[in-house]
Ligand binder design. Structure first.
Ligand code: ADP
Ligand code: MG
Length: 589
């Protein structure tokens, strides 16, 4: 078990070591923040990086550390680091690493690992695992630093792969043999480098732009579908200019809300069904035709022609034919479309826009009645309607959101006015992401953050409120408690008297979790209290928590995607239908 690569520094030698060199290489690439959980063999690396000027945020679970770093990647376009210890710590980070890759968020996860030779001979090493190989399936690429000399290369490779094309996660394995290495300090400094254009501009072919403009100019009912790729691409100015010049209405995907402000009159969110079934030419801007869009089939005009702006050529025609692929980056493509409008003018008809707007108005009126009901005990709409009033006065707050009904209803009720101001369950629809996102959003931007989660969603990562308190982050956590997964009134079908599989603590006081760590807690039972308390909590700019008590019958099994849950064909569940909130226009993702 000897380690020949470890050298003992000789006094008087001008040496650096791997932890110092890795921190230096990360900082040379503009990486400012690291979120992690320390332990063997990376404790000193974190301390050294902090000492050298990186910000280190000590999290309580590795999944949340990766989510926090990934949120920073989405919000800034630049990756942050998530740091884990070996084996179990590393494995805890994998779900979030794959989630970041699925969402297209750039992030670099660095995992300390155990001595290579002992792991590779299966000698039973402490937390021994071949982490680089395991990681491969969960990220865009995975590397291992075996030699200190490779540190600049590892970081530059990670930067290029995390940021280019569709962004995603990169894993760097940092085994203890490498952690212990040293090298001449001047030689090390001379070998440092900063990745050259990690997110290169990739303009599409002009011919594809010309073809797209031709299709749009001939369309009767053109529509633009804006996805979170447009938010990642930071293409808000180009998109807003295009809408202004063409009058083409748009449908925002959930994390694209705010790329064009939700209160823009071209927004079709409240007339989603009409827009999708009537549009004859659709410009897809950074959105995938996946389950959220019924794969471009059900609910769409059967004759619709898609123009797809997409950086990843593998994504073109992944579910259905595409009339006009535009392979390139959204910022360049939208600028080229804007420029091409002089030669090929495009203008949506007043008739089409009028049809969308009158449908929206009708649905908005129905909606307004529901969110201003004043009902007690509250349902999701009543509580979220009250929070909307507060958010409308605090439009620069970054909203993070998870849950089932809490997600679906919040997305529909709370308008977003600025790009990259909403983070949520994303492409997979996962739970347990948004508390980590909140920490990353607050650290990366310095802005206030409003977390809105269900009692179930919050439970996955709720311990991170301690992190918010320890770093005094301006995060207000709001938990809508209906005492269960989906809702709290499900029955145990057996006779043992235990709670049902969906039941959580209804008579809870989640706000006490933050009080335990010095934050301020509130308990709200009416819409007026919600508005007052959430308003006060946000204004404080301090770690704060509002427990919102809903009716235990508020919500619907699986929220708006209950169609994805196969129904039993025999027994009581085959016939029972537990619903509360009927479908509201615009509600489906
Ligand atoms: P949503 O969930 O909002 O519909 P998706 O994550 O499904 O969005 O789709 C986003 C798409 O945008 C991905 O296919 C991704 O490859 C693409 N994308 C990301 N960044 C860029 C960019 N800069 N230029 C072009 N396409 C991009
Ligand atoms: Mg619940």
């Amino acid at each position: 078990m000897t380690d020949e690569t470890t050298t003992t520094p000789v006094q008087g030698q001008n040496l650096t070591d791997s932890p110092h060199y890795l921190a230096q290489a990360l900082m040379a690439n503009g990486i400012k923040n690291m979120y992690g959980v320390v332990g063997i063999p990376v404790t000193d690396f974190a301390r050294i990086a902090q000492g050298m000027g990186m910000r280190y945020i000590g999290m309580r679970h590795e999944e949340d550390a990766v989510n926090a770093a990934a949120a920073e990647g989405f919000l800034t376009g630049k990756p942050a680091v998530a740091l884990t210890v070996s084996a179990p710590g590393f494995l805890n980070g994998l779900a979030a690493m794959l989630e970041a890759t699925t969402n297209g968020f750039p992030v670099i996860m660095i995992g300390g690992s155990s001595s290579r030779n002992v792991v590779d001979m299966h000698e039973g090493e402490y937390e021994g695992l071949d982490q680089m190989s395991y990681a491969k399936a969960f990220c865009k690429e995975s590397f291992r630093i075996d030699k200190i000399e490779d540190i600049p290369l590892a970081v530059a490779r990670a930067m290029h792969i995390a940021c280019s094309g569709r962004p995603g996660a990169v894993y760097i394995d940092f085994p203890d043999d490498a952690v212990a290495q040293t090298m001449d300090k001047d030689e090390a400094a001379a070998k440092l480098w900063t990745a050259n254009q990690p997110a290169p501009v990739m303009p599409p072919a002009q011919a594809s732009i010309d073809e797209a403009l031709k299709l749009l100019s001939e369309a009767k009912n053109p529509l633009m579908l804006v996805g979170k790729g447009a938010a990642l691409a930071q293409a808000e100015n180009e998109l807003q200019e295009f809408v202004k010049k063409t009058d083409i209405p748009f449908q925002p995907m959930s994390m694209a809300k705010g790329v064009i402000p939700d209160d823009d009159p071209h927004n079709t969110a409240s007339a989603r069904s009409l827009a999708l079934r009537s549009a004859d030419v659709v410009l897809l801007v950074g959105a995938r035709l996946n389950w959220m869009l019924n794969f471009g089939e059900k609910g769409w005009n059967p004759d619709v022609k898609f123009i797809q702006i997409e950086i990843d050529p593998n994504e073109i025609e992944n579910t259905r034919p595409i009339a006009c692929p535009i392979v390139g980056d959204i910022k360049s493509a939208m600028a080229m479309l804007n420029a091409g409008l002089e030669k090929t003018p495009v203008k949506a008809s007043a008739e089409w826009l009028g049809a969308i707007q009158s449908e929206s108005q009708k649905n908005d009126e129905k909606f307004a009645a529901r969110i201003n009901s004043g009902k007690v005990p509250m349902g999701h709409y009543d509580a979220l309607g009250a929070i909307k009033k507060v958010y409308d006065q605090n439009k620069d707050v970054i909203l993070t959101n998870e849950g089932a009904n809490t997600l679906d209803d919040c997305r529909n009720i709370i308008d977003i006015y600025q790009p990259r101001h909403r983070l949520d369950c994303g492409t997979w629809g996962v739970m347990g992401c948004a508390v980590g996102y909140s920490i990353g959003a607050a650290v990366a931007t310095g802005k206030k953050v409003l977390y809105i989660g269900g009692d179930s969603g919050f439970g996955f990562d709720g311990m991170e409120v301690e992190v918010a308190c320890r770093y005094n982050l301006p995060i207000t956590f709001v938990v809508l408690n209906n005492g269960g997964i989906y809702r709290g009134d499900f029955e145990n079908l057996g006779k043992d008297g235990d709670p049902s599989p969906l039941t959580l603590s209804y008579d809870a006081h989640y706000e006490k979790m933050i009080e335990a760590f010095g934050g301020k807690g509130y308990y709200a039972t009416t819409p007026d209290e919600v508005e007052q308390m959430v308003g006060e909590a946000i204004a404080s700019g301090k770690p704060s928590f509002v427990h919102v008590q809903l009716a235990d019958y508020a919500g619907k099994e699986s929220g708006h995607i209950s169609n994805l849950n196969p129904k039993p064909v025999v027994g009581p569940l085959a016939t029972s239908e537990v619903t509360a909130d009927p479908y509201i226009e615009g509600a489906h993702m």
